[in-house]
Design a protein around this ligand. Structure first.
Ligand SMILES: Nc1ncnc2c1ncn2[C@@H]1O[C@H](COP(=O)(O)OP(=O)(O)OP(=O)(O)O)[C@@H](O)[C@H]1O
Length: 385
């Protein structure tokens, strides 16, 4: 029966238009995923959905969302959702639609006119809180209504999925197009998701690493993003260099601890970014101090467990070296709740936004969201005469 013959069918289609694919974030009706809709006289609806690939991890979510939407239509008494899988032709049409007609393997963020702010979170050495800053900054930006992607390119310690409670979630691949894993309104891809086994050690170097990064940037369907936040491996290595080459407009936040020695290492990471002509937005000092409550009289005092002044020192040194102001953007205290939030997959900026560390991270996100981008340190696409 056509929609003209039965207006309820039209209403069911309109209801299906409100259901987004959980990974692509666009209505399933636009993506060619609604194959068939029928309705009998008793108000029993049948909707046949075409999944992009068989074994799609979002199958149950889609089933629930479609059932809910169709049951909301007055006159529908029950819904049966059938699941099928797209054939090659349908998948090719979907990929064409998602790429907006663009040829394959282009990095959208490197195209002229692309408005996504690509920000890499870098550090000179490991364990200073780079991933914690990445995850909390991204989550805070998403909570402000920004559309945010996270690319965890830390081959040594890809901890982003755990910090978001994603466990072993794998992205869905539609042929050679990879759908990022949705989390807290963000799109997430981790280099760890490309490994067949969780505990497999990655010893990628040079060209292979470069190819992996290209894949994560070009083959992932990122859609329109306000921000792409990257968690880089510590140090001044291959990934940072590849990123600078691939996305010259990307910018860098350098994370350090307050130790003087750590800040020197952080400066090197910042200088490296500048050599690749990435602008250094600023320095974040993490594990700045510990707030302790005295058991005897209950008053609180600060302990500089990791020394002090390292963040400012790195910021000053980078400003000197790069010739533009590199500010100290935030000082994040050492806090048990932040660590527990990371361990439990609940970023502190949403799980406990009143905590001092969360406030510092939220203020950092406000700054990043509100800033107008300067040109210092960036490639301008003109050659000196
Ligand atoms: N401000 C903080 N207060 C308490 N714990 C923190 C803080 N920042 C980070 N941590 C904890 O320190 C550990 C290392 O942090 P994180 O993984 O973010 O660092 P990293 O620089 O990304 O490390 P890697 O180089 O291994 O990826 C984690 O357990 C994290 O929860």
């Amino acid at each position: 029966m056509s929609d003209a013959e039965n207006p309820l069918l039209g209403k069911i289609r309109a209801a299906l238009h409100t259901v987004d694919d959980p990974e692509i974030h666009r209505p399933i009706t636009e993506l060619g995923m609604v194959d068939e809709v029928t309705l009998d006289d008793a108000g029993h609806a049948m909707v046949r959905i075409l999944l992009t690939v068989s074994g799609c991890p979002m199958r149950n979510t889609l089933n629930t969302e479609v059932t809910k939407a169709v049951m909301g239509v007055e006159g529908v008494s029950s819904v049966e959702v059938q699941m099928g899988v797209m054939d090659d032709e349908q998948r090719a049409a979907l990929k064409q639609l998602l790429r907006g007609g663009e040829p394959e393997r282009q990095i959208q963020f490197a195209q002229p006119g692309n408005l996504t702010q690509v920000i890499a979170v870098a550090s000179g050495k490991g364990g200073v809180g780079k991933s914690s800053v990445t995850v909390n900054l991204a989550t805070a930006l998403a909570s402000m209504g920004k559309s945010v992607g996270i690319l965890d390119a830390d081959i040594y310690g890809h901890s982003v999925p755990d910090m978001l409670g994603l466990g072993d979630a794998k992205p869905t691949a539609v042929d050679d197009m990879i759908m990022p894993v949705p989390s807290m309104g963000m799109k997430v891809i981790s280099v760890g998701m490309l490994k067949p086994e969780r505990d497999q050690v990655i010893a990628w170097r040079g060209p292979i690493l470069d190819r992996a990064l290209t894949q994560l940037l070009a083959d992932v369907y990122w859609g329109d993003l306000d921000f792409l936040i990257l968690d880089l491996p510590p140090g001044t290595g291959d990934v940072a260099m590849s990123l600078g080459q691939k996305i010259p407009n990307s910018e860098v936040i350098v994370v350090t601890t307050p130790q003087q020695a750590a800040s020197e290492v952080a400066e090197r990471a910042g200088t490296m970014a500048a050599i690749m002509q990435q602008r250094v937005i600023g320095v974040v000092e993490n594990m700045s101090h510990l707030e302790v409550t005295s058991p005897s009289d209950g008053h609180t005092f600060r302990v500089d467990l990791f020394g002090s002044g390292g963040g400012q020192k790195a910021a000053d040194a980078l400003s000197d070296r790069l010739g533009y102001e590199v500010p100290l953007l935030a000082q994040i205290p050492l806090e048990q709740d932040l660590r527990e939030g990371g361990d439990n997959g609940a970023p502190i900026v949403v799980s406990d936004p009143e905590k001092p560390s969360a406030k510092a991270l939220l203020a950092l996100a406000e700054h990043i969201a509100g800033r107008t981008r300067g040109l210092a340190g960036k490639q301008l696409g003109v050659s000196p005469v």
